[in-house]
Design a protein around this ligand. Structure first.
Ligand code: FEO
Length: 169
């Protein structure tokens, strides 16, 4: 495989693990505020991020490429409100989308169509992640910071359950 493609995929593994770490940090903050539904939402999200990392690990290994785990940086740990957490989540997903797009462009340039095909799943996933993060922000803005509305959104988020990704490699 093209060296630029493999090194950017290795970097993406780290970014996906960092995403998991960041979402676990969101979950901790939410738990501290009594927002157990929000905490559940982000714990599930963290599991999905680990899946994303491991999908890339599997892809590199299936192509006989070396996987290198780098240090995962410390995530932020406090926010001013649940809305701020949601906004930080969307901003992070946009950063991840840009990163996936860059790898895609690198793979295209290298005529590595196996990798672009592999990344198609991630392109679609990023669209879904940005959509759901954006929808949560709209709901949170609709209800304001306090009271019954926040409680109800918390209950809604408590119902999210983890399902492993379905992807054909
Ligand atoms: Fe793995 Fe939320 O992107």
């Amino acid at each position: 495989m093209d060296k630029k493609v493999t090194s950017s995929l290795n970097e993406q593994i780290n970014k996906e693990f960092f995403s998991a770490y960041l979402y676990l940090s969101f979950a901790n903050w939410c738990e501290d505020q009594g927002l157990d539904g929000f905490a559940n939402w982000y714990q599930v999200q963290a599991q999905e991020e680990r899946d994303h990392a491991m999908m890339i690990v599997g892809y590199l290994q299936n192509n006989d490429e070396h996987v290198e785990y780098e240090a995962i940086k410390k995530p932020a740990s406090s926010w001013d409100s649940a809305l701020d957490v949601l906004k930080a989540g969307l901003a992070h997903e946009k950063y991840i989308t840009a990163s996936i797009n860059n790898i895609y462009a690198t793979a295209l340039e290298a005529k590595d169509f196996r990798t672009t095909q592999f990344l198609d799943w991630f392109i679609k996933e990023q669209n879904e992640e940005e959509t759901s993060a954006g929808m949560l922000i709209k709901k949170a803005e609709m209800i304001g910071k306090e009271g019954n509305g926040l409680y109800m959104l918390n209950q809604e988020l408590a119902s999210r359950v983890y399902t492993p990704p379905t992807v054909a490699e």
